[in-house]
Design a binder for this molecule. Structure first.
Ligand code: ADP
Length: 445
């Protein structure tokens, strides 16, 4: 398999460009998060559970032993360094492993342990006496499928008889061949071909169906239809499991189409607040002045680590180049980089090799870099229509209770237009953004 992490733009669908961009965005973010994730995202919220049968008892486990897994599988779990189930796993695992099998729709932010949970469920349901696909997992892209495949291989390390096949583009098999692997992971288009035209998979023998990253999946209309068509080919008693990091209305509708009679588990994400953030703005006349203001405050911001956000790739590239010319050490995260390159840049920054990271909004959305204490909006966040994008503003500079460190945000304003945006952001959050004089920086330290 070719494991380069270039995004699947051509692969499984023939959607219009806009859709593709959207999808690439979401899929890239998701992959990036997986590549840079070093551990579990903790949560202070309780899981919300909606049981299909409200009268059946609700089990939750505090240890992996309580799940009575096969020895080899438990060894695989501990081998990955997991000591105890994550918050969502505490409730999701008993449901997923119950007899008779139950269907599940689960939503929680990326990094909370969903993948590990369904991988465990698939591995534990494999019947080793049968040499045909029994578990089928759909992922939105080639790269995401490979990532999940790696988790299956890791967790199944001590179960040498469990085999995994990748139904992804480029993985060509002889026509008419049947597959003996018990777990198949792939993208909807290729899986569809394997189940229908090529008949590599007998869908009637599938016992567990997993639909991962449902929110990324439905960003492509074609994937949604293909997933539903695949689901329709499965037997009635097949266990259906669906996972999503977010849960907007469209995901919910889709989930209900592919998961009949579901149990539902939700774990709310930590909310960000501006309470511990000092917010400033700097008044300039143009891009060059913004650059000079930035140079003036550079010393102050590199005390900790800073991220600088620009609106376009072009500005980000220009700014990083100018700062480098001045002898400053900056890292640049840009949209044209491959996802693995981006992950490497973020890793270097996290390791403190660079103190300043210049990026565009799209690139850095949804990425937590915990030690960042200064955020500079070189351009203010606006949406497609040029209105203030308050949500993005909050994500960029807000802190969750967990990392409740004090932070500093500096906004660069270079026109009446951006002053207006700033004022609207200020009104939205009802939190004062103070003017900063970059020739007199005592107040920010
Ligand atoms: P999600 O699918 O929700 O994004 P993952 O299953 O990929 O989350 O888990 C996120 C990270 O946490 C991964 O690095 C994974 O290895 C780790 N992880 C998952 N479950 C546990 C656990 N019970 N204990 C410790 N680490 C875990």
């Amino acid at each position: 398999l070719d494991k380069t992490a270039k995004l699947d733009k051509s692969g499984d669908n023939l959607e219009v460009k806009q859709d593709d961009d959207d999808k690439e965005d979401k899929a890239a973010q998701s992959l990036l998060n997986k590549l840079i994730r070093s551990n579990l995202v903790q949560s202070t919220h309780q899981v919300e559970v909606l049981q299909r049968d409200p009268n059946s008892p609700l089990y939750s486990v505090k240890s992996f032993e309580e799940l009575h897994l096969k020895k080899d599988l438990l060894q695989g779990v501990y081998g990955m360094g997991f000591n105890r189930p994550s918050k969502i796993q505490e409730t999701a695992l008993p449901m997923m492993l119950a007899e008779p099998p139950q269907n599940l729709i689960a939503q929680s932010q990326s990094g909370t342990g969903k993948t590990a949970a369904f991988v465990l469920a698939m591995l534990s349901r494999v019947d080793l006496s049968q040499r045909h696909p029994q578990c089928l997992c759909l992922s939105p892209t080639y790269e995401l499928a490979l990532q999940t495949g790696q988790v299956i291989e890791q967790m199944g390390k001590y179960c040498p008889d469990i085999k995994l096949a990748y139904a992804v583009r480029g993985n060509r098999l002889e026509k008419g061949q049947k597959i003996s692997e018990q777990i198949v992971i792939g993208t909807p288009g290729t899986v569809m071909d394997w189940c229908t035209k090529l008949r590599f998979i007998d869908t009637k023998k599938i016992k567990v169906f997993v639909l991962d990253e449902a929110d990324v999946m439905i960003a492509t209309q074609g994937h949604q239809d293909q997933s539903i068509r695949i689901q329709r080919m499965l037997p009635k008693d097949c266990q259906m499991l669906l996972f999503s990091a977010t849960f907007e209305e469209s995901v919910w509708k889709f989930a209900q189409k592919v998961v009949p009679e579901p149990n539902i588990i939700k774990l709310r994400r930590e909310e960000e607040t501006l309470d511990t953030i000092k917010q400033y703005y700097v008044l300039c006349d143009n891009k060059e002045e913004k650059y000079h203001a930035l140079c003036n405050i550079y010393g102050a911001i590199t005390i900790a680590q800073a991220m600088i956000f620009c609106h376009t790739r072009k500005t980000a590239g220009w700014l990083a180049a100018e700062l480098s010319k001045e002898g400053h050490q900056v890292a640049l995260l840009s949209g044209e980089m491959m996802v693995e390159q981006r992950a490497a840049v973020i890793q270097r920054f996290r390791d403190g090799k660079e103190k300043v990271l210049v990026t565009t909004n799209v690139c850095a959305r949804g990425i937590d870099v915990e030690q960042v204490s200064v955020v500079i909006n070189f351009d203010l966040p606006v949406d497609k229509d040029g209105n203030p994008d308050c949500e993005t503003y909050l994500h960029r500079i807000g802190r969750t209770g967990r990392f409740g460190k004090r932070g500093l945000a500096i906004n660069m304003v270079d026109s009446k237009y951006s002053m207006n945006i700033l004022n609207r952001i200020q009104d939205h959050f009802n939190k004062r953004i103070e003017k900063l004089d970059t020739d007199d920086l005592d107040e920010i330290e």
